[in-house]
Design a protein around this ligand. Structure first.
Ligand code: 13P
Length: 262
């Protein structure tokens, strides 16, 4: 087993207004004891309109969570109506920014080049990108998973120093497993997460490959997290739907004591 500290992240997508988000984060804080967080990092990624509220609550009550964003622009300021600046996120003490989520790529046309610009921008402001990669069902069935994931990792990490890559998070999220209730088998998740790590090694060297944290995402639940986390190259999870329910998300964070689904 590696020395990499696991990271469990809750991506709330376009759910929960700021009142609801506050309740969820407060409940999560109440449900998790300090012991539960001794060996695992946790981040929550509310919608932009909730960030200030959640970040204030987390800091005031010293909740042991990092606050993350779901996206950002690659420029710091300018005439970009409706976009959110990475500099402004950094000012809010945002720790992690999800970049290149498949919903951004598929629904909003983000290219590998856009994603790389965002990764660079997040680093510029000393935040940590969670770079998302993953294949569609058609790509999996056509046998092109590896080609696509390798391309996305190469493109996403272009222009970074080995030290920057070493501190990053890459999330492998097979698109066919997102919100569908279908999860990659632990063996399939392991195979692609290992490929991600090997590709990081090609791009940034062996030290970066050992240090980079690779998450799995796609219908992660309390019942399947333990088996996924038991794989050597799975260092965490990027959780969508199940992170909206604080009871379920707390059980995911406590995966070491969760019984695996039969
Ligand atoms: P689900 O956990 O709802 O499948 O979503 C995964 C995801 O896209 C997290 O970013």
């Amino acid at each position: 087993m590696s020395a990499r500290r696991p990271l469990i992240s809750g991506n709330w997508k376009m759910h929960l207004n700021h009142f609801e988000a506050l309740q969820v984060v407060q409940k999560l804080s109440y449900l998790l004891a300090p012991d539960d967080l001794e060996d695992v990092d946790v981040s929550v990624h509310p919608p932009f309109t909730d960030l200030r509220t959640v970040q204030t609550a987390v800091e005031t009550d010293r909740m042991p969570f990092a606050v993350g964003a779901q996206n950002c622009h690659w420029e710091d300021s300018g005439a970009f109506t409706g976009e959110v600046s990475p500099a402004m996120l950094a000012k809010l003490n945002i720790a992690y920014v999800i970049v290149g989520h498949s919903e951004r790529r598929e629904l909003f046309g983000e290219t590998d080049e856009d994603v790389n610009g965002k990764v660079l921008a997040v680093h510029r402001h000393a935040m940590t990108p969670i770079l998302c990669v993953g294949e569609t069902l058609a790509e999996r069935e056509a046998g092109t998973t590896e080609t696509k994931v390798v391309r996305q990792v190469h493109a996403g990490l272009a222009g970074l120093s080995p030290e920057q890559v070493a501190g990053m998070v890459v999330a492998y999220e097979p698109i066919w497993a997102i919100g569908t209730g279908r999860t990659a088998t632990p063996a399939d998740a392991q195979a692609v997460c290992a490929l991600v790590r090997a590709t990081v090694g090609e791009v940034a060297g062996a030290d970066a490959a050992v240090s980079v944290r690779v998450q799995y995402g796609g219908s992660v639940k309390a019942g399947n997290i333990a088996a996924l986390m038991a794989e050597p190259d799975v260092d965490g999870a990027l959780v969508g739907g199940a992170s909206l329910d604080p009871e379920e998300f707390a059980r995911i964070v406590r995966y070491r004591s969760e019984p695996a689904a039969s």
